[in-house]
Design a binder for this molecule. Structure first.
Ligand SMILES: *[C@@H]1O[C@H](CO)[C@@H](O)[C@H](O)[C@H]1NC(C)=O
Ligand SMILES: *[C@@H]1O[C@H](CO)[C@@H](O)[C@H](O)[C@H]1NC(C)=O
Ligand SMILES: *[C@@H]1O[C@H](CO)[C@@H](O)[C@H](O)[C@H]1NC(C)=O
Ligand SMILES: *[C@@H]1O[C@H](CO)[C@@H](O)[C@H](O)[C@H]1NC(C)=O
Length: 799
C-alpha cells in the first residue's frame, strides 16, 4: 500500500518538528553546504520499539527521516522514497542507506539511533570427503541413518547463488517441503519458478547494496536473480547438501560418487555476492530473510574483515541467527599460513579452517638435469608429448635478454599482456603466484603461445599445492620447488633449460592426511585472543562439487569447457562440510542448541593424522601444526553424534561475554537487540569464562614472576544418565594446571555440572613485543567418551 501524498507530507513535517528520529534542526545548516560530500553506505540500527505510531511501517519512518536529513524544502512524494537500500527487522532493526559524512553524523547523534555501521565489502573465500570423514551410507546405524540424511532440515547458503538444474539438487524421493518453511523462491526471467523443488526450497537475491555503490549491474555478465554466474555458491551448496550423483568427476579426475554431507537436507540459496564482491548491507538482508524464513543452518563462505563485533555486519547477523537457534558456520579465510589471519571470529559463529583429504592429483615437473619436482594439477586436455622435453623459461626473465613486453615483476607473475610471445612461444613458462588468479596466469601463458606452465608458490604460500583446472598443461609447485626450478633455469650451463610435466591423474589413500592446508587462516584471534579460532578444520583442499554451465572449470571467461562438477580449494569449501554436518547433528538431536552442536563437533575432533598417532602436519612447512592452525582439530562426524558432554551456551552467556569485552551497553545492544545488564558479569567474570569448548589464556608479563588465571566451565550430560567422568590434564609445557573437581558424577541426562580450571605459569624470558604460545588439553572421560578441550596459554611481553 502506497501512502497518500497527504500522509507523506504529514510524515515529513513530523520528522522536521519532532525529535523522534533525527536531530534535523541542529544539523540543517551544517548539511546544506555539504551536498557534494561523497556518500557511502551505512547500516543504521535503531531502537526497535521507538517507531511513532503515526508511521504505518518502519520503512515509512526511515524514509521520512532520511528525507528530513537531505533537504530544507519538502520533497515531492516520489523523491522521498528510494533512499533506503534495505530495511531489517529480524536480526536487527534498522535500514541501510547511502549517507554523506555529515548526514551520518547527524543521524548518529540521535538517541533512537543505536549505531551506524560503515559498510564493508567481503569476498568469497565431493566424491571423497564423505568417505574420508567416515560417513558410512551402508551401515544400519550411524549419523546419516539416524538423521535420515538431514531430510527435515533447511540449510541456508549465503553465497553467489545456485545453478538449480544440477543433479546434486534434484528432489527425487524427498518428502514435502517442511511445513515450518516460510521462505520464497524469487523467480525472474533466467530463474523460473520451476527452478525450485523439494530440494531447493527457497531462492532469493540481494543486490540493492551492491548496485547503490556500483551502479546497475551488467546483466550480460551476471544474472539479476538467484542464478549463479560464478560457481562458488553452486559448489558450496552441493558440499553442504548435494544428492548422491554417480558417475561424477571433473574432466575425468576424482571419478566416483559425488555427495554432500546432508544429502537429503533442503537448501535455500541467498545470493549476496556479485562481480564486485559481497556488500554488508546485502549480507545482512540475507541473514534477516534466512532467519525469518526458518532455516536451521546458515552456511557463509564469505568474509575478510575483522572489526569489533558491534561494527561487523556478519557478527550481528549471525548473532540474530544464533539467538533464533540457527547454527551458523563461516569460513576462517584463506589468509594463511601467517598468524592472526583468521576471520569470522565471533564466538557465536563456528569458524572453519581447511585440511587436506587422502586424495591428490600429482603432476610432477621433470627438469633436464634429471630432478623431479612434486606438483599438482587437474588439467585435462591435449597434453605434452610423452617423453619429449620442452624449452623452459622464467616469466620474470621476459624483459631480460629476450626483450619481453613487461617489466620483470609483472612478467614473473604472468599478468595480462606481460609476456612477450617471441620469448615464450613453444615453451613451458615458470610463473610466480600473486595478484591474478592461478588459472588466469595459465590463460596469459597460453595466449602468448606457451605450451605449458609451472606455477610456483611464494615464500608466504609455502609448500601447499592447489590443483586447478588449467586451460593449458600446467602444474603447481611449492616455494622450494620453485626455487629449484629458478636455480636450474639461471644456472650457467652448456645446454638450454628444458622440462616437462607428467600428469599422474587421481591418487587416493594418500598419507599423511589430513594436513592443515597452507592457505587456511590461522589464529590467534585478532579480535578476542581469549577465544581460540579457528574452531576446527574440515576438508577444504581439492574438493569435487557441483558447477554451473555458465563458467568453465578454470573460472576464466575464455574457458569454453563445461563440466557438471569442479574441483576447488579454500576454507569456503571447508565451511559447508561443517554446515551439512550440523544439519545431520540437529536432525538426530533436535533439542541441541547451536552451541551444543558446535561443542559436539569440537570436543570429538582429532588432532592426529591417519598415520597413527602423530599430530597433523602443516602443509605450508611440512612441520607439525598447532592449535592455532587447527583449533580443536579435524571434525569427526560419527563421534560428534555421541559426545557424552557438551559445553552449552545461550544468548545471555554471549551478553556476559560482551560485557567482559568492555563494550558499552549501546554497543552490546547493537549486537543483541536488548539492553544488557553488565553489573554481574563484570563483577564476577572475564572474557575467558565464556562457556566455550576450548580455553585460551593470554598473560601480559608486567615484570611478574608468577601468573595465574582460571576458567569456569559447565558441562551438560548428553550421554548416559548415570555416568562418571574423570579428568586427564595435559598441561602446557612448564605450567601447572589443576581442575576442581577432578571427577563429575552425573545422575541424569541434561544435568549440568561445573568445574574450575586454574592455570599457573612462571614468566618466561621474552623480548619486548614478542610472545610465547604453549598448548595442552583437558579431557573428561567416562571410559566411553573422551571430551577434549584444547588449552592454549599465550605469554606476551609488553613493548
Ligand atoms: C556488459 O558486458 C558486456 C560483456 O562484457 C559488454 O560487451 C557490454 O558493453 C557491457 N554493457 C555495459 C552497459 O556496460
Ligand atoms: C620446520 O622444522 C624445521 C626442523 O625442525 C625447522 O628448522 C624450521 O624452522 C621449521 N619451519 C618453520 C616454518 O617453523
Ligand atoms: C576490561 O576492563 C577491565 C578493567 O579495566 C580489565 O581488567 C580487562 O582486561 C578489560 N577486558 C578487556 C577484554 O579488554
Ligand atoms: C580416550 O583417549 C584415550 C587416551 O588417548 C584412549 O586410549 C581411548 O581409547 C579413548 N577412548 C575413546 C572412547 O575414544
Amino acid at each position: 500500500m502506497a501512502p497518500s501524498p497527504t500522509l507523506l507530507l504529514l510524515l515529513f513535517l513530523l520528522s522536521l518538528t519532532s525529535p523522534i528520529f533525527t536531530s534535523y534542526a541542529s544539523s540543517a545548516s551544517f548539511l546544506a553546504g555539504n551536498d557534494a560530500q561523497k556518500k557511502t553506505t551505512y547500516i543504521v540500527q535503531v531502537q526497535p520499539d521507538s517507531k511513532p505510531s503515526i508511521f504505518p511501517t518502519h520503512k515509512d519512518w526511515y524514509e521520512s527521516s532520511l528525507s528530513a536529513l537531505s533537504g530544507t524544502t519538502p520533497l515531492p512524494p516520489a523523491e522521498t522514497t528510494g533512499r533506503i537500500i534495505h530495511t531489517y527487522s529480524t536480526v536487527l532493526h534498522g535500514f541501510s542507506a547511502k549517507l554523506s559524512p555529515s548526514e551520518a553524523q547527524a543521524l548518529g547523534s540521535h538517541p533512537h539511533v543505536l549505531s551506524l555501521i560503515p559498510e564493508q565489502v567481503r569476498h568469497v573465500q565431493t566424491t571423497r570427503s564423505p568417505q574420508f570423514l567416515g560417513l558410512k551410507t551402508t551401515d544400519s546405524a550411524g549419523l546419516l541413518k539416524e538423521s535420515d540424511f538431514g531430510s527435515d532440515l533447511v540449510i541456508g547458503v549465503i553465497d553467489t547463488g545456485i545453478w538449480p538444474e544440477r543433479k546434486s539438487f534434484n528432489d527425487r524421493g524427498l518428502g514435502p517441503v517442511p511445513s515450518k518453511w516460510k521462505g520464497r523462491c524469487v523467480a525472474s526471467k533466467d530463474f523460473p519458478p520451476s527452478s525450485c523443488n523439494r530440494k531447493l526450497i527457497g531462492a532469493n537475491f540481494f543486490c540493492a547494496g551492491y548496485e547503490s555503490t556500483n551502479g546497475k549491474m551488467n546483466e550480460t555478465t551476471e544474472y539479476r536473480s538467484p542464478r549463479d554466474s560464478d560457481g562458488h555458491g553452486t559448489h558450496t551448496s552441493s558440499i553442504a547438501a548435494g544428492r548422491y550423483v554417480f558417475p561424477a568427476s571433473t574432466l575425468g579426475y576424482a571419478h566416483g560418487v559425488a555427495a554432500g554431507m546432508a544429502p537429503k537436507a533442503r537448501l535455500a540459496a541467498y545470493k549476496v555476492c556479485w562481480n564486485a564482491g559481497c556488500y554488508d548491507s546485502d549480507i545482512l538482508a540475507a541473514f534477516d530473510a534466512a532467519v525469518a524464513d526458518g532455516v536451521d543452518v546458515i552456511s557463509l563462505s564469505v568474509g575478510g574483515v575483522v572489526v569489533p563485533y558491534y561494527l561487523d555486519a556478519i557478527a550481528i547477523g549471525a548473532f540474530g541467527a544464533a539467538d533464533a537457534g540457527i547454527f551458523v558456520s563461516a569460513s576462517a579465510g584463506n589468509g594463511g599460513p601467517g598468524g592472526l589471519t583468521v576471520t569470522n571470529v565471533a564466538p557465536w559463529v563456528t569458524t572453519v579452517g581447511a585440511g587436506t583429504i587422502d586424495r591428490d592429483f600429482p603432476a610432477d615437473v621433470k627438469l633436464g638435469n634429471g630432478e623431479t619436482i612434486r606438483g599438482a594439477s587437474v588439467y585435462s586436455g591435449p597434453g605434452l608429448s610423452p617423453g619429449r622435453m620442452y624449452p623452459l623459461v622464467y616469466g620474470g626473465n621476459a624483459q631480460g635478454g629476450a626483450g619481453g613486453a613487461g617489466d620483470g615483476y609483472s612478467s614473473s607473475l604472468c599478468l595480462e599482456g606481460s609476456l612477450d610471445p617471441n620469448f615464450v612461444k613453444g615453451k613451458i613458462v615458470l610463473c610466480d603466484r600473486g595478484i591474478n588468479s592461478r588459472a588466469a596466469k595459465g590463460d596469459v601463458v597460453k595466449k602468448a603461445g606457451g605450451v605449458g606452465m609451472i606455477l610456483a608458490n611464494g615464500v608466504f604460500d609455502g609448500e601447499g599445492l592447489v590443483a586447478d583446472c588449467h586451460v593449458l598443461p600446467a602444474t603447481a609447485v611449492g616455494a622450494s620447488g620453485g626455487d629449484d626450478i629458478r636455480k636450474y633455469i639461471s644456472a650457467d650451463s652448456k645446454s638450454l633449460p628444458v622440462a616437462t610435466i607428467i600428469f599422474k591423474g587421481t591418487r587416493v589413500g594418500v598419507r599423511p592426511a589430513p594436513v592443515v592446508a597452507s592457505f587456511s587462516a590461522r589464529g590467534p584471534n585478532p579480535e578476542t585472543p581469549e577465544i581460540l579460532k579457528p574452531d576446527l578444520i574440515a576438508p577444504g583442499l581439492n574438493i569435487l562439487a557441483a558447477w554451473p554451465d555458465r563458467v568453465g572449470p578454470s573460472g576464466i571467461p575464455s574457458d569454453k569447457r563445461r563440466t557438471e562438477f569442479n574441483i576447488l580449494s579454500g576454507t569456503s569449501m571447508a565451511c559447508p562440510h561443517v554446515s551439512g554436518l550440523a544439519a545431520l547433528l540437529k536432525a538426530s538431536h533436535p533439542d541441541w542448541s547451536p552451541a551444543a552442536i558446535r561443542s559436539a563437533l569440537m570436543t570429538t575432533a582429532y588432532t592426529v593424522d591417519k598415520r597413527g598417532g602423530e599430530t597433523m602436519l602443516d602443509e605450508s612447512t611440512g612441520n607439525v601444526s598447532t592449535v592455532l592452525d587447527f583449533g580443536s582439530g579435524h571434525v569427526h562426524p560419527e563421534k560428534a553424534m555421541d559426545p557424552g558432554l557438551v559445553y552449552d551456551l545461550l544468548s545471555h552467556d554471549y551478553v556476559d561475554f560482551l560485557c567482559n569485552c568492555n563494550y558499552t551497553t549501546k554497543n552490546i545492544q547493537g549486537i543483541t537487540r536488548k539492553t544488557a545488564d553488565c553489573s554481574g558479569a563484570r563483577r564476577f567474570g572475564h572474557v575467558g569464562n565464556l562457556n566455550y569448548p576450548s580455553m585460551s589464556a593470554v598473560f601480559q608479563q608486567y615484570g611478574k614472576h608468577k601468573i595465574s588465571t582460571h576458567f569456569i566451565r559447565t558441562v551438560t550430560n548428553v550421554g548416559d544418565p548415570n555416568s562418571v567422568y574423570q579428568v586427564t590434564i595435559r598441561p602446557p609445557a612448564g605450567m601447572m594446571v589443576t581442575v576442581k573437581p577432578d571427577k563429575l558424577v552425573f545422575r541424569r541426562v541434561g544435568q549440568k555440572l561445573n568445574f574450575l580450571v586454574r592455570v599457573q605459569a612462571r614468566a618466561v624470558k621474552l623480548s619486548p613485543g614478542s610472545s610465547s604460545v604453549k598448548s595442552g588439553s583437558i579431557v573428561w572421560s567416562d571410559g566411553k567418551h573422551n571430551v577434549t578441550s584444547p588449552l592454549l596459554v599465550t605469554m606476551q611481553q609488553p613493548l
